[in-house]
Write a protein that binds this ligand. Structure first.
Ligand SMILES: O=c1ccn([C@H]2C[C@H](O)[C@@H](COP(=O)(O)OP(=O)(O)OP(=O)(O)O)O2)c(=O)[nH]1
Length: 154
């Protein structure tokens, strides 16, 4: 079965010019890696617990009822302790600004970001919007109000 297709209009911004568009690395990759669209020779160094907004050089128009999620790359997180501070970041379909990655360094060592580095990944997903139905009582269930570790304790 093929993947759902989602055509996304994209504009490449100046400082990202020359970088490839993000792509799926394998035929079944869920996310496309986002490149740091820093200027030629520009670097950003994150000290321990520091964060920064990393430009991707992309402005896009997702179709109605889609979103994009900015998620960490597991390699960066495991090797360098560098992750996405607001993970998953939410890109709304009506957002026309530059997509940015909020990277945070959770390690004890400084981490330097260079132009073209793959700093995060972006997953395209369909959006469901909920509609409230206000009622007096909720139906009864086996779980009831139990949560936060309530199962398996008796
Ligand atoms: O990691 C992210 C998260 C958000 N955005 C952009 C796209 C998104 O559509 C917009 C607003 O994001 P969000 O709703 O998460 O931010 P907010 O703090 O609630 O701001 P706003 O009041 O502008 O909605 O910012 C990014 O570029 N990267």
């Amino acid at each position: 079965m093929g993947h759902m297709d989602c055509k996304i209009n994209v504009v490449t911004l100046d400082h990202g010019k020359g970088l490839p568009l993000p792509k799926y690395e394998t035929s079944d990759s869920a996310g496309m890696d986002l490149y740091a669209a820093l200027g030629e020779g520009e670097t950003i160094t994150l000290g321990p617990l520091e964060r920064a907004l990393i430009p991707t050089g992309l402005a896009m128009a997702l179709p109605h009822a889609y979103e994009a999620q900015v998620r960490p790359r597991s390699g960066l997180a495991a090797k360098n302790g560098v992750t996405v501070a607001n993970s998953p970041g939410t890109i709304d379909a009506d957002y026309r600004g530059e997509v940015k990655v909020i990277l945070v360094n959770l390690s004890n060592d400084p981490f330097t970001i260079e132009r073209g580095m793959r700093v995060a990944q972006m997953v395209i997903a369909p959006v469901t919007q909920g509609t409230w139905v206000e009622v007096e009582n909720l139906d009864e269930t086996e779980r009831g109000t139990g949560g936060f570790g309530s199962t398996g304790t008796h």
